[in-house]
Design a protein around this ligand. Structure first.
Ligand code: SF4
Ligand SMILES: [Zn+2]
Ligand SMILES: [Zn+2]
Length: 327
C-alpha cells in the first residue's frame, strides 16, 4: 500500500474532531480523522471490545500470539499500551514457527525486534519440535496425497492444516505458562470472512464455538481486541507506529474459497459501507439464540495427545494420523 499517496487524498480535508488535516476517511462512519483522533478511535474500539467480550482481570497472564505481521504486532502494541503499566498483569508474546521457507523466518525476526523494543518476554515454538516436520513438508506431502488419491481429500487447503496445528501449540504453550487469556490479532475483515465461510459451510456448531469467549477446561480464552477494526485501519496504525508490515506472502496462502469471500465482502463494503460491521454485529446477536437451541458437544481429552477437544481424537491428531502427514 502506498500510504503517502493514500494520505494525500485527505490532507486537504480537516479532521471532523479538530482542525488539523485528516489522514483517513472512514466511509462507514462518515468521519475524516487526523492522526491523533484516528489513534484514539482505534484504541477506544479495541478497549471497548476487550471490556465487553473479554474483560481483563487482576492477575491475568496475557499470552499474545505474535506472528510478526501487522495484525498481531498491533494487538501486542495495544496490550502493552493498555496494560503495560499494570504490575498485576503479565504480557508474554508467543510465536509459532510453522517452518515456511522464505516467509516465516523473516517475520520471526520482526517479532523478536518488536518484543525487544517493548521489553516483553517472547517464546518461540515450532512445528518441527511439536510434530517432527515443517509446514512446507506437510504441504508437499498433502499435494502428493491429493495427486495420488484424487479429489476426495482436496477440500482442506494447506491453511486448514496450518491453522489447526498452530492453534493446538498456541493453546498448549499458553496453558503451560499459566496464561488466562490468549490474544489473537484477528481484525474485522478476518472475522467477517470466517462468519461468512461458516454460513457457506452450514456449520452451526462451529459458528457457536467460534464465538465462545468463555473458559472451557484446558482451553484458554481467545481474546480478539481488533475484531471490530477494519484491516486497512490496522495496517495504517501499524505503518504510523513503524511496526512490521508483511512484505512477502505465504507460499501456501489462503484457500480459494476464503479468497473469493474476501473479494466479495470487499466489493460489498465499497458499495455498502458498514457491511462487515453489520455481518459481525448480526452474528454476535444470533449466537446466544443458536447456542440455546444447540447441543454443543462436551469437551473430552484426545485419546492420542491428551489435549482438550470435542471428539475422542482432536482435529490435529486426526490430520496427522489420517494420511501421509505421519512420519
Ligand atoms: S497463509 Fe495459510 S499456510 Fe500460510 S501461514 Fe497462514 S495459515 Fe499457514
Ligand atoms: Zn483531529
Ligand atoms: Zn490429539
Amino acid at each position: 500500500m502506498d500510504w503517502k499517496n493514500y494520505f494525500s487524498k485527505f490532507m486537504t480535508i480537516k479532521c471532523k474532531k479538530c482542525s488539523t488535516p485528516s489522514i483517513i476517511y472512514q466511509p462507514y462512519s462518515g468521519l475524516h480523522l487526523c492522526e491523533k483522533h484516528f489513534f484514539e478511535d482505534l484504541e477506544r474500539k479495541a478497549k471497548l471490545t476487550l471490556r465487553q467480550r473479554y474483560p481483563i482481570r487482576k492477575n491475568d497472564v496475557i499470552a499474545v500470539a505474535l506472528s510478526g505481521g501487522k495484525d498481531s504486532s498491533v494487538a501486542l502494541l495495544l496490550m502493552h499500551k493498555i496494560f503495560g503499566n499494570r504490575p498485576d498483569i503479565k504480557i508474554i508474546a508467543v510465536t509459532i514457527d510453522e517452518g515456511i521457507a522464505g516467509y516465516r523466518n523473516e517475520s520471526i525476526e520482526r517479532a523478536k525486534e518488536m518484543t525487544a523494543r517493548l521489553g516483553i518476554e517472547h517464546i518461540v515454538r515450532s512445528f518441527s519440535d511439536e510434530y517432527g516436520k515443517t509446514m512446507d513438508a506437510i504441504a508437499s506431502e498433502k499435494r502428493l496425497l491429493e495427486n495420488h488419491l484424487g479429489d476426495e481429500k482436496k477440500e482442506l487447503g494447506a491453511c486448514s492444516y496450518c491453522g489447526v496445528l498452530r492453534k493446538k501449540i498456541l493453546n498448549k504453550v499458553a496453558r503451560d505458562i499459566g496464561a488466562t487469556k490468549l490474544v489473537i490479532g484477528h481484525n474485522l475483515d478476518d472475522e467477517a470472512q470466517t462468519i461468512m465461510l461458516n454460513h457457506f459451510r452450514g456449520d452451526v456448531e462451529r459458528m457457536v464455538r467460534f464465538s465462545a469467549a468463555s473458559e472451557l477446561n484446558g482451553f484458554i480464552v481467545r481474546a480478539k481486541p481488533l475484531r471490530k477494526i477494519p484491516e486497512k485501519e490496522v495496517a495504517l496504525y501499524a505503518y504510523l507506529h513503524d511496526l512490521p508490515m508483511e512484505l512477502t506472502s505465504c507460499p501456501h496462502s489462503f484457500g480459494a474459497l476464503r479468497k473469493e469471500v474476501r473479494r466479495m465482502l470487499n466489493g460489498f463494503e465499497v458499495n455498502h459501507p458498514g457491511t462487515k460491521y453489520s455481518l459481525v454485529r448480526g452474528f454476535d446477536n444470533m449466537v446466544p439464540l443458536l447456542a440455546s437451541g444447540l447441543a454443543v458437544s462436551d469437551l473430552q481429552n484426545c485419546e492420542i495427545c491428551g489435549e482438550p477437544c470435542n471428539d475422542s481424537v482432536c482435529q490435529a491428531c486426526k490430520m496427522l494420523e489420517k494420511n501421509v502427514l505421519q512420519s
